[in-house]
Design a protein around this ligand. Structure first.
Ligand SMILES: Nc1ncnc2c1ncn2[C@@H]1O[C@H](COP(=O)(O)OP(=O)(O)OP(=O)(O)O)[C@@H](O)[C@H]1O
Length: 332
């Protein structure tokens, strides 16, 4: 039975500045938790605290009931049974794909280790590449070997730092889906550090938004997307239109002084009946949806509408807000 990997009030400071500040986060078995936030938010440092690559200045890291890090002790990374995956794959260059995966399986004995490593390569669609060296593998193949190598020794948890951001965008989604399916099947706590809101929403069960060393909101991905607690959290999960009360086009929303309107692009809907009129400055096809740049009451807005509804640049249209994708917060 797998156990949760938990941070309980952990902090870490460099040169007197807390880059991880009293963070509590519970990583549950069988769920992928995406840790999302801008550059310098403290995401990698928190991952390193979970891994034991850094000591905590305060708080504890626990696996189930067992303390892995506290102010008194830091269990070495290789004693934690935690798999690590980084952006740069970090395979042993002089070992084949098979030998790389076999490396962590030495205690099984050579034959059993080889059979197990081959089974893992098979699970990640790499049977044909078992004898290739890392330099002979594509980036996507290398990352799948790295995932097989991390999962093969049956770790108690897995921590991934931007594992897919080095991959070609065309390949990224398929490598990610395959890799995360294997992670999910392992039924262990999994942390995915990412810059990419789409990746977090598509791939994770749970998201935690970090900013300035603190977790600002966490919960099921769709719930946080639909109910952000602040404009910054909303912006961390995807593009938003942000307007101070005075800048909101007349009739679009009831706004009190000192408040800010935050609307997702898909929350600006076309409505021919609406009195709020907008001029289409640009109309850009982006797949099934069209991105519109609009101007209404002196305010520039970005909307995302189904392609078949999209007006052309230069046309005028009525707009209204979808209340489910529009949020009002006190101005920062
Ligand atoms: N070893 C270190 N010594 C001093 N400062 C550090 C060290 N490691 C990280 N920092 C600082 O701590 C802050 C948080 O860094 P961290 O790498 O955790 O952020 P991040 O959210 O992962 O950012 P990114 O997405 O850019 O990787 C940054 O300001 C960084 O410069």
């Amino acid at each position: 039975m797998s156990e949760s990997l938990s941070a309980i009030g952990v902090s870490r400071a460099y040169h007197g500045v807390r880059v991880v500040d009293s963070v509590s986060l519970d990583l549950k078995p069988g769920a992928i938790t995406a840790l999302l936030g801008g550059s310098g938010a403290g995401k990698s440092t928190l991952l390193r605290l979970f891994a034991g690559l850094e000591p905590v200045d305060d708080g504890e890291i626990r696996l189930g009931g067992r303390v892995l890090s506290s102010t008194k002790t830091t269990l070495a990374p290789d004693k934690r049974r935690i798999g690590l995956i980084f952006q740069d794959f970090a395979l042993f260059p002089h070992l084949t794909a098979l030998q790389n995966v076999q490396f962590g399986l030495k205690p099984l004995g050579k034959e059993a280790a080889q059979a197990e490593a081959l089974a893992w390569l098979g699970r990640l669609g790499l049977t044909q590449r078992a004898d290739a060296y890392p330099h002979e593998l594509s980036g996507g193949e290398q990352q799948r070997v790295a995932i097989a190598r991390a999962l093969a020794p049956k770790p108690a948890a897995i921590l991934m730092d931007e594992p897919f951001s080095g991959l070609d965008p065309a390949l990224r989604a398929s490598v990610r889906d395959e890799a995360l399916e294997a992670v999910r099947a392992a039924d262990i706590p999994a942390l995915l550090v990412t810059h990419d809101p789409m990746e977090a929403l598509e791939a994770a069960d749970h998201v935690a938004i970090m900013r300035g060393g603190r977790i600002r909101q966490e919960g099921p991905a769709a719930e946080v997307y639909m109910n952000p607690v602040s404009a910054d959290v909303a912006a961390s999960l995807g593009p938003v239109n942000r307007m101070a009360a005075a800048g909101v086009p007349a009739g679009l929303a009831e706004m009190a002084e000192g408040m800010e309107l935050v609307v997702r692009p898909e929350g600006i809907c076309l409505d021919p009946e609406s009195k709020v009129r907008a001029k289409v400055l640009a109309s850009q096809v982006t797949g099934a949806m069209t991105r519109l740049v609009l101007e209404a009451g002196g305010q520039r807005l970005v909307a995302l509408v189904p392609r078949h509804q999209a007006p052309k640049a230069g046309e005028e249209t009525g707009i209204r807000l979808d209340p489910a994708l529009s949020f009002i917060f006190p101005s920062a």
